[in-house]
Design a binder for this molecule. Sequence first.
Ligand code: C5P
Length: 293
Amino acid sequence: MSPQTELPGKLTAQSWPAPAKLNLFLHVLGRRPDGYHELQTLFQLLDWGDELQITVNGSGEITRSCSSDVLSSTIPESEDICIRAAKLLQAYCDVSDGAHIDLIKNIPVAAGLGGGSSDAATVLIALNRLWCCGLSQQQLARIGMDLGADVPVFVHGHSAWAHGRGERLLPVTLGPRFYVLVFPPFGISTAEVFQYPGLKRDSAPLEMEKAGLQPGRNDCQAVAVELFPELADIMQDLQAWGQPHMSGTGSTIFLSFDSERPAINTASKLKCRYNVRAVGGVDRSPLLDRLSA
Ligand code: C5P
């Protein structure tokens, strides 16, 4: 569908991207008094993700539809992060209009790629524009933090070095990078990994200048492997193609490449064994480009 599509009744659906992310490394520094964990991570935004078709209407209601049967049958509307994001903004800005959100779900659920958080960020950014709320990026990121720790990076829309729960962000330039994403046939609950008694929670804080901007250790990986031992087999198998890393709390495993061709070749060789996708890294989110288009 083109960015603007005429619908019956003169309502207009607009198309908005919701990119996926990778955590190139993920260190857990400790537990916080609020129950969350203090993290350090390097967020790499990707040129691939979900797509949201958003139609504003005068009903005051927020409704959704979704291309993924799994999502619409397992998550009731009231718990859907897109609906929650829209309702938070609607209440915060005292908006009387409503919206319909049609989610074209490409990012697997519970895959460590930030799909739900990115969808929520896109709803906040798009409805801020469409409802003429006039909130700043900072205000939207603060609202987003209540929806999920990964929402702020998608609102700010830059690959970033992050501290805290994931909201203290320093934009970085990673340049052209390419990845093969390997999707295991299961998702992993973020909450379960962070609650796991054996999670390593004592990584020393790093300084960005010393650490560099390369993929590195993920402290959640050992727990993910304990919960799903088949992850260890996949990582072992992928060693033949490069150094595999896990994103977020899993389950996605990725391989990194400096140029596109080897990434595409590797994905095409792996596709008979795994569900894979070759993607590009981006320093600037396609959502920001959509806003300025
Ligand atoms: O914020 P989000 O919904 O992504 O987090 C899911 C769960 O992961 C939280 O309820 C929390 O238990 C855990 N978490 C954490 N520390 C973080 C991020 C998430 O403990 N920095």
